[in-house]
Structures are given as structure tokens and as C-alpha cells.
Design a protein around this ligand. Structure first.
Ligand code: ADP
Ligand code: MG
Length: 327
């Protein structure tokens, strides 16, 4: 299949929107940006064997390539609008491409985001996505906005994606002791690794409520560290308050579980800070958006993240950030 046929296959399925003046097919796309909005833009690339295991299903690769980008928009509090797709693929397999598009477009449809262009080349499998979102002027949820005494919150549960990698034997060897495949349902954990759910509705709900936000792609410990650095504060993390899925709790002992939750990475949940006075409002937003949230600590004077367990004893993870894996 020639490059032109691949592009035509993508074009024929690409969703549009009323504000797309010119989509796929010209030298560039043209969109209508509302006069009363700021444009929010981010890009993330997924490389085979680095950002996903080599044998990942094409549907999941397509889903995840868009999901990790939507997660960044969510962390800014932006409404997704348009995206472009830069595809480097080793062959010209139309069955692979169709499954990939099934995953990509399933998520695009959920968020009414239009695919307005991209690039298609022959090479090692690599997927670059750029997403564009809209935001009321001055309302972006920045890493630098945390204030002294803020609560620290996190969405849904942590550690599942990294736990899946441990059970698949793909994680940094020796970093996590054990993991019981018989006890812990790998399929549920893999779902979290392969099909992260970007917390777009939660991010939108937090605009004007949260002081700061970040999405957890590299691990809570290191990503919260970015909030600390940008905000000129420290953070105390209550490690026993970190939310765990039943699947994670089944298969890992306390030490392994804490490490996966605090520093596993690939979670794509939102970590945000807000004043204590906003607790009831945040609980209501969580209910409205169908996204559970948990309070996991507070912003303090200092420069870095510190952990404490339920007995107030200090705790640090065995490793603090995401380590890329290979097949
Ligand atoms: P050019 O040579 O002018 O860059 P291309 O042949 O690369 O044009 O692309 C033709 C059209 O197809 C452009 O509108 C481009 O945005 C779109 N396109 C190419 N590859 C993709 C892709 N993977 N996904 C979406 N649109 C694509
Ligand atoms: Mg081109």
C-alpha cells in the first residue's frame, strides 16, 4: 500500500467538527479559534518497545497515543478540540492500520476531537500526536500554582500500569519484589497500562478550583516533585492514603504496592492541589464527572516530596521515577 493510500484510509475515517475550515488533504489544516479562548497545545510521542511493549495490540497503541496527549490537556484544564497524527510505520499493513485507527478514533469520538492532519512515513514504529485544546484566558491549571497548606489530591487509583509490567516481567529487574500473578488479575492491570482514561472532565471541573495540577506519567513522586519545584514548596505524601485498585492490593505486599503507587509511572491520573476550603466542592466535582478522587497529602514549606506512613514514620520509595522498559 502506497503512502497515499494509507493517508486516504485515515482521511476517510477521520472525524471532523464544525470549526474545522480545512482538514486532511491540503498542505496544512485550518481551524477557527474562538476569539474568547486561549489555544493550548501539547505533543507526546510513543516509541515501540520504549513507551509500550512490542506486542501491544494495535487498537491499544492507537488508544494510548491519543490518551497520553489528552491527559496533558486534562492536566491544564483544557477542552480538547483538534489533533494531528505523525505515524512512522515499518510496513503497509492495512489490517494493522485499521485496528490502530479503531483505538485512536474510539477515544477521539469520546472527546469530540477532530483529526485534522499529520504525516506518514516508513520507519520503526513510532506515533507522534499533537493535541489542541481551548481554555478561558488565564485559567490554565499550572504546576506553579500550589500554595502553602493546600491539600494534595489524586484521581482514581495508582500503580496498576506499573504492576502489569512487573507481572509481565518487563519492569526494571529487582526494583519490585515479587508480585503474584495467581493472586492478581493481570488482565485488569493491563487494561490500565494499555488503555489509560484521560481525566478530561475532571480537569475541566477543576478550573477555578484547583491551584495546581499535573498528570502522572512518570510516577507520582517525581511528578509531584515538579509541582514542588515550580511552586517553591515541599509536599508531604501520606503513603498509606494512596488509592489502590483491588487488583493491585491482591497481588503485592505493602512495600511493593507503595513503591508501585508512588513511583511506578504510566498512570495518567491527575494530581492536583487545592485549598482545604474546597474539599466539598472537589468531592462534588468527582461525583459529577464520575472520577473518584482521594486526598493524599499537603503542601508544606520546603523544596521536595517527603513520605510518611500511617504511623507518621518517614517513608521513601526504592526508586523515584519511571524506568523505560524494553522487550
Ligand atoms: P505534504 O507532502 O504536503 O506534507 P502529505 O502527503 O504528507 O502532504 O499529507 C497530505 C495530507 O494528509 C495533509 O493534509 C496531511 O496533514 C495529511 N496526513 C498525512 N499523514 C497523516 C496521518 N498519519 N494522519 C492524518 N493526516 C495525515
Ligand atoms: Mg507531509
Amino acid at each position: 500500500m502506497a503512502e497515499f493510500d494509507l493517508i486516504e484510509r485515515i482521511r476517510s475515517r477521520a472525524p471532523s467538527r464544525a470549526d474545522v475550515v480545512l482538514g486532511i488533504g491540503d498542505d496544512a489544516a485550518v481551524v477557527r479559534v474562538p476569539a474568547d479562548r486561549e489555544l493550548v497545545i501539547c505533543t507526546d510521542t510513543l516509541n515501540a518497545g520504549v513507551h509500550f511493549p512490542l506486542h501491544t495490540a494495535p487498537f491499544d497503541i492507537g488508544w494510548k497515543a491519543l490518551a497520553v496527549n489528552l491527559s496533558d490537556l486534562a492536566a491544564m484544564g483544557a477542552q480538547p478540540a483538534w489533533c494531528t497524527l505523525s505515524l512512522s510505520i515499518p510496513g503497509d499493513d492495512p489490517v494493522w492500520l485499521d485496528s490502530f485507527l479503531d483505538g485512536f478514533l474510539a477515544l477521539a469520538g469520546q472527546h469530540a476531537i477532530a483529526l485534522i492532519g499529520g504525516d506518514t512515513t516508513r520507519g520503526p514504529l513510532s506515533i507522534g500526536v499533537t493535541v489542541h485544546g481551548l481554555l478561558e484566558p488565564g485559567r490554565a491549571l499550572r504546576r506553579s500554582g500550589a500554595q502553602l497548606g493546600d491539600d494534595i489530591w489524586v484521581s482514581c487509583t495508582l500503580g496498576d500500569a506499573a504492576a502489569a509490567l512487573v507481572l509481565m516481567g518487563k519492569a526494571d529487574a529487582g526494583a519490585i519484589a515479587g508480585g503474584d500473578t495467581n493472586a492478581s488479575p493481570l488482565a485488569e492491570l493491563r487494561e490500565r497500562l494499555d488503555r489509560p482514561q484521560p481525566r478530561v472532565a475532571l480537569g475541566l471541573g477543576l478550573v477555578g478550583v484547583a491551584h495546581a495540577a499535573i498528570d502522572i506519567s512518570d510516577g507520582l513522586w517525581s511528578d509531584l516533585g515538579h509541582v514542588c519545584k515550580a511552586s517553591g514548596l515541599g509536599a508531604v505524601l501520606e503513603v498509606d492514603a494512596l488509592p489502590a485498585s483491588p487488583a493491585l492490593a491482591l497481588g503485592f505486599d505493602t512495600t511493593a504496592r507503595r513503591t508501585l503507587q508512588a513511583s511506578g509511572g504510566d498512570d495518567y491520573e491527575l494530581c492536583f492541589t487545592a485549598p482545604a476550603g474546597a474539599r466539598a466542592q472537589i468531592e462534588a466535582i468527582a461525583v459529577q464527572t464520575g472520577t473518584p478522587v482521594t486526598r493524599i497529602g499537603r503542601m508544606v514549606a520546603g523544596t521536595q516530596v517527603a513520605g510518611v506512613d500511617a504511623d507518621d514514620a518517614p517513608w521513601v520509595p526504592e526508586r523515584t521515577g519511571w524506568v523505560h522498559f524494553s522487550d
